[in-house]
Design a protein around this ligand. Structure first.
Ligand code: ADP
Ligand code: MG
Length: 258
């Protein structure tokens, strides 16, 4: 039983996209202060689950609560910072400042220009992610790692206490991944709860307390990370350490295979 209150609680969630069922009876709890990795092969439903949890797409059955409120009655969106999978975001022409300022939208009075409190929150957010001075750059001029930082700053500018990140390390080199993981570690120490979709544990491994593994839209593991071989090596029959694998072990290849 988690000691801290739940920031995400999902029970029996089914999601259909068109005429295809993508999620099947998914249960997922995330307690305040946790760092949880959501793992699974391509097409297993990770992005769909995040979008369902955040009410961006409807679910056909099940119950979702955010910070103790049903998702359809949840209004406190600035508490949640969503960093979508790269490639989904159409902000190449926007400046870093404009993107980060979007994080203030839910906190601003409608039809009012940003005020000094908004400006301060943006500057503080940029400083926290190490992008001070880059506010006027177009997003397209930033490196991949800097773009991820700007998106995290957008969440911080809204004073989010839950960060939801969808494969933030994709296409980043190992050094950049490591420094981004360090940033997430600092934010976690400062009290943020983190739900992160990962292709492999990589630089995040030291931070992770728990992994949830999806396969074909179902949760097949939810528990502590255990030590074991690296994810990409997990293709042998003896690799049964499901908390670390993207897919269940492949069937034995036959006599003498290893
Ligand atoms: N808009 C959509 N309409 C129909 N099917 C979709 C749509 N988006 C994704 N899917 C399907 O849903 C499944 C899960 O996709 P997704 O959640 O993106 O998986 P993951 O993030 O784990 O790679 C895939 O089979 C994908 O083809
Ligand atoms: Mg995805």
């Amino acid at each position: 039983m988690p000691v801290n209150p739940l920031v995400i609680s999902a029970r029996g969630v089914d999601t259909w996209l068109g005429d295809q069922q993508i999620l099947f009876g998914v249960d997922l709890d995330v307690a305040a202060g946790e760092v949880v990795a959501l793992l699974g092969g391509n097409g297993s439903g990770k992005t769909t689950l995040l979008r369902t949890l955040l009410g961006l797409i409807p679910h056909q059955s099940g119950v979702i609560e955010l910070f103790g409120r049903p998702v359809d009655r949840f209004r406190d969106w600035s508490r949640i910072g969503y960093v979508p999978q790269r490639g989904r975001l159409q902000v190449a022409n926007a400046t870093v400042d404009e993107v980060v300022m979007l994080g203030r939208l839910a906190r601003r009075r409608p039809f009012h220009l940003p005020g000094s409190a908004d400006r301060t929150a943006c500057d503080e957010a940029l400083a926290r992610v190490g992008l001070t001075g880059l506010g006027r750059r177009p997003m397209s001029h930033l490196s991949g790692g800097q773009q991820q930082r700007a998106l995290i700053a957008r969440a911080l500018a809204g004073r989010a206490d839950l960060l939801v990140l969808d494969e933030p390390f994709a296409a980043l080199d190992v050094r950049t991944q490591t420094s981004l993981a360090r940033l997430l570690g600092r934010l976690h120490e400062q009290g943020l709860t983190i739900l992160i979709v990962l292709h492999e544990l990589g630089a995040m491994e030291p931070l992770l307390e728990r992994s949830v593994v999806l396969q074909l839209g179902r949760v097949i593991h939810d528990g502590p990370l255990a030590s074991g071989p690296p994810l990409d090596d997990c293709r042998t029959p003896e690799c049964t350490d499901i908390g670390r694998v993207l897919q269940p072990p492949l069937a034995p290849l036959g006599e003498g295979a290893n």
